[in-house]
Design a protein around this ligand. Structure first.
Ligand SMILES: NC(=O)c1ccc[n+]([C@@H]2O[C@H](COP(=O)([O-])OP(=O)(O)OC[C@H]3O[C@@H](n4cnc5c(N)ncnc54)[C@H](O)[C@@H]3O)[C@@H](O)[C@H]2O)c1
Length: 361
């Protein structure tokens, strides 16, 4: 039996606490310490979880050279500008890193992180948790069993439930007060779901906007995205996203439909429901009874712990840094397209996977 992996969590906001609870409840992990630049936050979390507190990643790494995993749950501009520094420090010390999404808010930094993980031969994973669900698992089985066939189209609709009546303008110092804050912080989730089922995207065309309520309040965020894409396998796709500008429509906060020549599936509300359609037959419905999206966190974190425990080949790591980079490349391609008035953009190539000569033959 392997002993549990020793984990330190960096960044003790709400999500850092969620991750700590996952490690505390997972037999594959032992939470050793927490870290935040803000002393009170680190101290509060250390007391809550009964572990040691640190106020810098360097101190934490030198006090605990035995750590197997550093989990980076910091945030920053566009919810990602504070990921690069602690993740690079931890990888430099030879640690496996699980980083929250987006892998970074800058694609150049994300490329460096993925390259550095390969150089240091560590497991760099990202918390692309939206497809660590029962509906996604069952949907993938329909695909593996040949019940979808050749992919025809996919549609992903994502929206936070909201309205102009409930809208509150951000203050000047908010991490959201940037045009691409929603695109960079959030679209990595729907793109990760689309790529999980349909593979790499080769062409992207995007339109973005914000409603009048945001304009009037001086809110810079482009909160509406309409993105058209083509996948390497020939499938066409559409992603529609809005951040609380309108009420939920059908399918809850996100729904994903993938249609193929042999069948179609629809996931509703991320964790809640899967329906499989075949022409001329009654639909098959799986209602999970789960409403709580937060169940995706322990699922995804357990998968990372399993992969590191089992020392899977690095290319097989689920929801890897490279997977997260792919989605960020799509976001940057969408931004380029929007800035050019809707030109078609081909996303930047991903780093090749060479494999490990010790394993492949
Ligand atoms: N996967 C998901 O479903 C999901 C959902 C929500 C948020 N997130 C992501 O989780 C991350 C954290 O979100 P949050 O709302 O908890 O953020 P937060 O701002 O509340 O907390 C981040 C903490 O990190 C600390 N910090 C920053 N740089 C640091 C450093 N170098 N060393 C130590 N501490 C540092 C800050 O002091 C702060 O306490 C974000 O990247 C966000 O995008 C993911």
């Amino acid at each position: 039996m392997n002993s549990p992996l020793k984990v330190g969590v960096v960044g003790m906001g709400g999500i850092g606490h969620t991750h700590c609870r996952c490690y505390k409840n997972d037999a594959l992990a032992e939470l050793i310490c927490v870290c935040d630049l803000i002393k009170e936050k680190a101290d509060q979390a250390a007391e809550e979880f009964g572990v040691e507190a640190f106020y810098s990643v360097k101190e934490m790494l030198s006090a605990h050279p035995e750590l197997d995993i550093v989990d980076v749950t910091t945030s920053g501009y566009e919810n990602g500008s504070w990921h690069y520094v602690p993740a690079m420090e931890a990888m430099d010390a030879g640690k496996n890193v699980l980083v929250e999404k987006p892998i970074s808010n800058e694609v150049t930094e994300a490329r460096e992180m993925v390259a550095f993980a390969a150089e240091k031969d560590v497991y760099l994973g990202c918390n692309l948790n939206h497809y660590f669900t029962q509906p996604a698992e069952r949907a993938m089985k329909y695909m593996d069993d040949g019940q979808i066939g050749q992919q025809v189209y996919c549609i992903n609709k994502v929206g936070f439930d909201g309205s102009e009546m409930g809208y509150g303008a951000p203050d000047k110092l908010s991490r959201w007060q940037r045009p691409y804050s929603h695109a960079k912080a959030f679209l990595i989730h729907p793109f990760s779901v689309m790529r999980y089922f349909c593979g790499n995207v080769t062409h992207i065309q995007a339109f973005m906007d914000r409603p009048n309520a945001r304009d009037k309040a001086g809110d810079l965020m482009l909160s509406i995205q309409s993105i058209h894409m083509k996948f390497e396998n020939g499938c066409v796709g559409y992603l529609l996203s809005q951040r609380g500008d309108a009420a939920f429509g059908l399918g809850g906060w996100w729904s994903f439909e993938l249609a193929g020549t042999r069948g179609t599936f629809v996931i509703e509300n991320c964790v809640e429901k899967l329906t499989y359609f075949q022409a001329g037959k009654e639909p098959e419905v799986m209602d999970t009874g789960i409403k709580d999206f937060s169940s995706t966190f322990p699922n995804r974190i357990h998968a990372y712990l399993e992969d590191v425990t089992n020392q899977v080949p690095k290319d097989y790591l689920r929801s890897s840094g490279r997977d997260a980079l792919a989605c960020l490349e799509y976001i940057f391609a969408a931004i380029d397209s929007y800035e050019s008035g809707g030109e078609i953009v081909r996303p930047h190539a991903l780093p090749p996977m060479h494999g490990d000569p010790h394993i492949i033959h």
